[in-house]
Write a protein that binds this ligand. Structure first.
Ligand code: ADP
Length: 277
């Protein structure tokens, strides 16, 4: 579904009851339990999103509570219209909830004003979209550096070289997007997301426009970013092959989380999806 990212509305959630700290454990651990708990990179608490009113009301998210662990690769799957994009856009601060809360790290997005939200998106969040979203007049290198340059920094040259080398773009840096294949353009977009070392990367159907070989390269690199560099990635996909690169799959249906799977394979994911029919 086409989205107007620039024009997302940011209604504020009105807090009637105080929210728990984003990473607070639900209850004290039992005696003898390990005290170190995995901190969530992002998550949603009873997230509800309603579009339209009256007869036209659509409950795109219906009380979703989920956390996304640091340094993990999570895929969000479900039938078309199940709320995948809405959940990701709300988590990333590109859209706002009707009720409930979303957080990134220790920050509830609803508590930020527009300026703070923009700053959080710029510094803590990386995006990879199906349509690459590269600036056509800039070279690959300039596109990769753009988010940091907008923040007034050059970033770490060694890290830039590492990221560019790993995605195999070293000899393509002076090319503009129109001189690159779809797979290369998406690798530029992945490098751009990772170069800023965000706390979390949100990827929306990142291989939707790619042939299977280019898609596999992009997915493989995203997985390596998680395993080797400790990146956290949340990816919406409808493709079981893409989901099999993730550590965990969360399944949505009718705006609710209905299942999840660890260490997925394309076959186990496909089997689970068939049960939605
Ligand atoms: P998915 O990504 O799983 O295909 P979406 O999150 O795009 O699902 O949509 C979930 C539901 O919300 C669908 O019924 C969709 O039609 C509806 N929806 C999404 N965006 C809007 C919008 N801007 N206005 C009205 N309804 C919307």
């Amino acid at each position: 579904m086409p989205r107007n990212f620039g024009g997302a509305r940011h209604e504020r959630v009105t807090d009637q009851t105080p929210l728990p700290e984003p990473n607070a454990p639900a209850q004290p651990p039992p005696p003898g339990a390990p005290t170190a708990t995995a901190k969530a990179a992002a998550g949603a608490i009873d997230a509800t999103k309603i579009y339209g009113r009256g007869e036209n009301e659509v409950r795109a998210l219906d009380g979703v509570s989920v956390t996304f662990e640091h340094t993990k690769y999570t895929a969000i799957m479900g039938p078309s219209g199940s709320g995948k994009s809405t959940l990701m856009h709300c988590l990333a601060g590109l859209d706002s909830l009707t009720s409930g809360a979303v957080f990134i790290g220790d920050t509830y997005l609803a508590k930020l004003n527009d300026k703070q939200l923009t700053e959080l998106r710029r510094t803590a969040v990386g995006f990879i979209f199906q349509a690459y979203n590269l600036v056509p007049t800039l070279t690959a290198e300039e596109n990769i550096r753009l988010p940091l340059m907008l923040g007034g920094t050059d970033g770490d040259r060694a890290w830039f070289d590492e990221v560019v080398g790993t995605v195999g773009l070293t000899d393509r840096l002076k090319h503009r997007p129109s001189e690159l294949s779809g797979g290369q353009q998406q690798r530029v977009a992945v490098a751009r997301a990772l170069n800023a070392r965000p706390d979390i990367v949100f990827a929306d159907e990142p291989t939707g426009n790619l042939d299977s070989r280019s898609g596999a390269e992009v997915l493989d690199f995203m997985r390596r970013a998680v395993r080797e560099y400790g990146q956290t990635i949340v990816m919406v996909t409808h493709d079981p092959v893409a989901a099999a690169y993730a550590d965990r799959v969360v399944f949505l249906n009718d705006g609710r989380i209905v299942d999840e799977m660890l260490d997925p394979t394309a076959d186990t994911v496909l089997d689970r999806l068939k049960r939605f029919d």
